[in-house]
Design a protein around this ligand. Sequence first.
Ligand code: GAP
Length: 456
Amino acid sequence: MVTLDMIVQYAKTTGFIYQGSELYGGLANTWDYGPLGSLLKKNIKNAWVQKFQRESANNVLLDSSILLNSEVWKASGHVGGFSDPLTECKSCNQRFRADKLIEEHDHSVNADGWDTDKMYNYLIENKVKCPSCGKTDFLPIRKFNMMFQTFQGVVLEQANQIYLRPETAQGIFIQFKNIQRSTRKKVPFGVCQVGKSFRNEITPGNFIFRTREFEQMEMEFFVKPGTEMEYFEYWKSFCMNWLTNLGLKRENLEFDDHKPEALSHYSNATTDIRYRFPWGFDELWGIASRTDYDLKAHQLHSGENLTYLDPDTNEKYLPYVVEPAVGVERLVLAFLTDALDEETLDSGDTRQILRIHPALAPYKAAILPLMKKEHADKAFEIYTELTKYFDVIYDETQNIGKRYRRQDAIGTYLCITVDHDTAADNSVTVRNRDTMEQVRIPIKELRGYIEEQSKF
Ligand code: GAP
């Protein structure tokens, strides 16, 4: 099992993820995605859009603003209630999320839905220790609002105060009517959105698992009231299949159905898909049946009628919503954790290998001239042609064995070698990352071959 330190180290040295602002001593809990990390993120987002929107006939895309009218966040309850329980160690003054302290103290406890008194009593009665100094003396818990505030325009006054969105979902709810009217979609239909969200988390950490700036992929699926449980179950399995089809091991995934008493006020069913991260199972993907809470809140607050008129039955209603919401960075961490491996070969040598699904691999193929002097021109010509369709890489330095190892370590699925026979038979040798088997493929068939191999 790989450790978090191994992944952090690997991500930095290979060019997946660097510390943010490192040159200036860093900015706590910020991360930059390097050449490989950017490609991996792009591929994850593409794979999500492919299945949740392109291949799901009822679903459309939205790209809404990060900055929204502050009234949106008042209506949604974020201004008043988007807070985490904050406590402080009296001895060392470190601040913590009380629910996380409790859950780390006893992994069998889920403090979701507990009020602040219940959490505080638990900390006292169970003598929970401060993770920083080891003392057991905490200040009473207060609510800490996680909204990032900023000001729009040139005058820093209250009237101009706005927020960076803490989720992409509300951007969808407030455009529900426009989307439905302009696309003439009939309920049930879904709106999918990928974009940045910001939360002033009390205790960010575990590398890219919990950060203050992150990307979400959310879908709001609008359904007729009374049918939401059927769609809730449908999207639960859809999400799980999406993960396992992309190669995550099923034994590293579990559903965590929330107990009725732990449900958020807007939800009548919620489950988390949890992944076995290096520190244990933790939330990867939240799937919630949100009732008509959000549309109702925006209807009330804006004064606009958001009801849907069913053209077949003439019924009028506010749709209910099923929402699968996942963070791109958590997926990056899960895919790296699952795929990073070290293999001992028959020769006794070891090779590092990232066994990531080819649809997600930063590079689908590496194009390698066997001998730089003799084969570089042809190899570069093939590389140039393939760049029109795929992310591929050209590598001519060091011997072929070392180049194979380098590509294995960053997950490149195929190595395409131009060799002595290429000029005569217009073919190349294609080596598979996982099996290391080699086949001979005509150059003109390479595009179709790569496409077939990286299908998902
Ligand atoms: N609209 C519902 C919503 O935002 P959430 O459970 O708060 O629900 C959904 O967030 C997903 O977004 C989480 O399951 C997680 O994958 C990701 N996420 C949330 N907060 C995050 C953070 N601080 N850092 C990284 N990812 C985060």
